[in-house]
Design a binder for this molecule. Sequence first.
Ligand SMILES: Nc1nc2c(c(=O)[nH]1)N[C@H]1C(S)=C(S)[C@@H](COP(=O)(O)O)O[C@H]1N2
Ligand SMILES: [Mo]
Length: 317
Amino acid sequence: MANFIRRPDWFIPESQVTPEAVYHNRREFLTAMGFVGATALVENALEAATAKDNLALYPGKETAYKVAVKQTPEEWAIGYNNFYEFHTRKELVSHPQIIGKFLTEPWRLRIDGMVEKPWVGDAQDLIAQMGKKGVIEQRVYRFRCVEAWSMICPWTGFSLSKVLELVEPKKSAKFVRFETFFDPRMAPGFQALRGYPWPYTEGLRIDEAAHELAFVATGMYGKPLPRQNGAPLRMVVPWKYGYKSIKSIVRIEFTDKQPKTLWESLAPDEYPFESNVNPAVPHPRWSQATERRLGTDERVATIKYNGYSAQVAALYK
Ligand SMILES: Nc1nc2c(c(=O)[nH]1)N[C@H]1C(S)=C(S)[C@@H](COP(=O)(O)O)O[C@H]1N2
Ligand SMILES: [Mo]
């Protein structure tokens, strides 16, 4: 029977899976996987933070980013997820049998491409570094999925512009490309959707990435992100449809070419690169005029740029 199951090219046999003992020793694991380059060693020696060390950074300092409407109940925000690497059924993503093998520590993150100072290290080291700079905030944002559901929740994290300050993009960098982890051992969706152009990728123009509102979230509801919401770190781009808010990022690359995103490769007319929330432009298969608030039966009017016109409209003159 097993012989008849066609394995995709990237299938990794059980025999090659790193033994758990090694996996759990972060330094050895990184070395074994060939991940510890010169830069990584320097960065890790300076920080070497763990998720536990970083707990003190939550929920982050309060800022002006609040919404004068009731927040979505936490159980909805963390129990109804789009994360196709795991499952296409939103209620199932957070199920222990689906998300249970997803290890988010250690987590190697690369920030590179057209930058003066590439950064390589563990995601927790980046979070610790941002903590030292005092830029960790809690922001309450509206979040609007292209499927016409929405939520309002508090995120902890830092502005993506702080990452730009850290790596100093070169003049030639016109776009930022984001990439999600790709490891079929940790997530069943890669197998289930083997025709998809994995890994999940997304992108922003450099001026969008530099905008104050573009946020790197490491937590929500005052705690580190649950795995199903994109631990250890993800984007939250509140004026764009939800799929632009890529989860569980392993690489942030600065480039001079507009990146091809996963959803754009699958259906360019339905999920174009820009994807700003706009109630006047229907999706080819449904209206975008209204949205359903998670955890309620309420349908409310969708607002242009998801309510962030005052901040972002100037980007699109
Ligand atoms: N890697 C990855 N990121 C992703 C997705 C995904 O399937 N994989 N889904 C996107 C979509 S369509 C939405 S609406 C949001 C959902 O985020 P949430 O589950 O935290 O609400 O994540 C976005 N980021
Ligand atoms: Mo979405």
